[in-house]
Design a protein around this ligand. Structure first.
Ligand SMILES: [Zn+2]
Length: 242
């Protein structure tokens, strides 16, 4: 049974869990919804059915299976859905390629996303920015950053500099729930950071720690605090072995 949907509310963003620790994000306004990085489909289709929401678009940040594998089944259910993804990769379904500076306008939810290229985790990686909301996939995490699968530390460093330049109130919606483990690592790098210890205490009580605030990442995330790409590379290597 469909719940009644109030109309003319501001857009709302909700997480749908996938795999062990992935987040699929759903942005909705009135009866329309946008889906970010659907790595799985069944829980998304069930959510749309239960809520009565109509998905109109999918945004893809990068090509990894845990961000795209739900797309084909969702597309079968909702053939009119529009899909946006990075121009620098070929996704295995029809999509509109986007690049740095592009504006993705989704009229039904009255949102315009600006595309920012943020390579490092993969070479094709993009983020979608709407005012103070950023969908950044596997580039910036709560108190961490993505592994360097394809890109270099230089690329990741300059991608994080782009994010650092955004409004400090920007809400960071990333692709995984890694925050607690990331904070545990960060505390080994900066033992006397009081912002980090208070963040640790806060996160212990939270099941969902995302979104985080850019201002909080600037104070506590060791990768955002890296002084150079070489420094980021060293922190990344220590984290990979943590
Ligand atoms: Zn990934």
């Amino acid at each position: 049974m469909h719940k009644s949907i109030p109309i003319n509310l501001p857009s709302t963003i909700l997480p749908i869990k996938a795999f062990k620790d992935n987040y699929i994000w759903v942005i909705h306004r009135n009866e329309f919804a946008v889906i970010v990085d659907p790595g799985e489909s069944s829980q998304v289709i069930e959510f749309m059915g239960n809520s009565g929401l109509k998905p109109v678009a999918i945004l893809i940040t990068h090509k990894h299976y845990d961000h795209i594998d739900g797309v084909k089944t969702i597309l079968n259910h909702y053939p009119a859905i529009e899909i946006y993804g990075p121009v620098k990769c070929s996704l295995p379904f029809p999509y509109k390629p986007v690049k740095e500076g592009d504006i993705v306008t989704i009229k039904d939810v009255e949102i315009k996303y600006m595309v920012i290229e943020i390579p490092g985790h993969t070479l094709d990686h993009v983020a979608y920015l709407d005012n103070d909301v950023l969908f950044c996939g596997d580039t910036l995490f709560g108190c961490g950053c993505g592994r360097l699968f394809e890109g270099t530390a230089e690329e990741m460093y300059s991608s994080l500099q782009k994010i650092k330049a955004l409004n400090k109130k920007t809400k960071i919606y990333c692709g995984h729930e890694y925050t607690l483990n990331n904070i545990r690592f960060a505390m080994t790098q900066e033992v006397d950071n009081l912002d980090l210890t208070s963040r640790y205490r806060k996160v212990l009580k939270q099941e969902v720690t995302i979104p985080t605030l850019l201002s909080e990442e600037l104070k506590t995330n060791p990768f955002m605090k890296a002084s150079s790409s070489q420094n980021l590379k060293e922190i990344r290597e220590r984290k990979d072995a943590f």
